[in-house]
Design a protein around this ligand. Sequence first.
Ligand SMILES: *Cc1c(COP(=O)(O)O)cnc(C)c1O
Length: 509
Amino acid sequence: MPSLEILSPCNTIDFDFDVISCSPSYATCTRSYQENKFLTTAFTKLCALPVPNNNKDVHTHADTSDVIEEDITIPGLPPLLRGHPDVHLRHGVMRAAQLALQHESDAEKAFFVGDLCYVYQQHLRWKKNLPEIEPFFAIKCNPDPYVLRLLAGLGVGFDCASIGEISQIVGLGVDPSRIIFANPCKAASFIKQAARAGVDMMTFDNTDELYKIARLFPSAKLVIRILTDDSKSLCRLGLKFGAPLVTVPGLLAKAKELKLDVVGVSFHVGSGCYDPSAFADAVMRARSVFEMGHEAGYNFTLLDIGGGFEDATFETTASTLRDAIDQYFPNRENIRIIAEPGRYYVAKAFSLATNVIARRAPPTPEGGGSQDMDMESEQPSVMYYINDGVYGAFNCILFDHQTPQPYVLSLNGSFHVPSSVPMRASSVWGPTCDSLDCVCPVTQLPSTLQVGDWLAFDNMGAYSVCAASQFNGFQISNVIYTSGVGYLSGEVRKVLKEFSKGEEGEDED
Ligand SMILES: *Cc1c(COP(=O)(O)O)cnc(C)c1O
């Protein structure tokens, strides 16, 4: 066990504000900051930016000198900024340094940057690759208020699993016809409330559910959830849900006997599906269930291909799906096809910045003899403690089989990590007192990384903040929102502006 090293206090701020290194596709952001003559101006400008606030009611406006698009204020939500998300990660770090100088408590709090432009781009990508398939966003993946508003404004539907989720969507003014209650095992009271809210599309996969629905909501439009091969997925949902095909004729006969309206078939190949052929196989099974429906006296009009879409394999999956749908549903004029993507829309839209709050390292020997040994070792010799962990945003490690990898956001007061800095095998831990709270058991980090530096994690938008707890008294990290840069930023803001007008209208009624 490494013994504790006494560290010198954190260096004073000396950030060289390097935005040139941010993604070249964001030319506008680079330009506007170049004009700012870097460090001095950038830092002064920074002081004018809103400080991330725990109190969500407080409204501060972004630097208005370069406002080119209409501004948006959504009551109760933090401001929507502009600019590349990387710039906001750095702003956040610099703001933290500033707050620390002003002796603000919690100055070094971890924070997310949410990039709504990315969500918008994923929607365009969906439309381009699967124009026939209507997405119903699986809200459980990330019920973020901005994300939900943007998607609702784009005309996306929603997959809800509880009355809480249904209320959240209905509360935004979304028409109940754009919601599917995609939980095959629902509490009786939830079925009653769905009926009252006008949400009539719902899934089932067992007889008991049919009896419940016949009693509480006999006019519901039912969708039979079938079992498919989920062995190629990160999270196998077939263990819990889905009717095996052999049970389907019996279930449909029972539904008919109960005079229930079954309108179609749904499946879910498992969350995080990396094998596109699983979708093709599932579409084939769905086809055979359409036949079973016919035999039971139903004329199905809905095919719900569920979620499981992965960012990296999306184009391949989409192409496989299009082929499978052409093959198994050649005559589909009267069939509505929907999907329930979750992580596809949001996984890469959020990054998390965390502060190194503590470190346990072996004492540095005089002359540095044994340090060389450390550097060659694959076993971590240094333990870093950061201020979000497995009980917070990193619950995705336990619940979603993720292995987040940190990168250095700031080192010794600078956003540059000189390539000459030697790397060392290190482990990264969350802030709680539980040893389960390990964020990264081994990774290579600069040997000079110390308390006060910042580590960032990308790909933190799916199944992270939504399941975070406050175990041990640690707060859930806030989100700083950006609409991105350039033309798409304007589009994002336009959609949100339009949507929030509708919301205000609702309130006045
Ligand atoms: C979780 C879930 C989804 C979303 O899955 P992703 O892998 O995030 O796309 C969709 N539908 C149902 C029924 C789910 O339970």
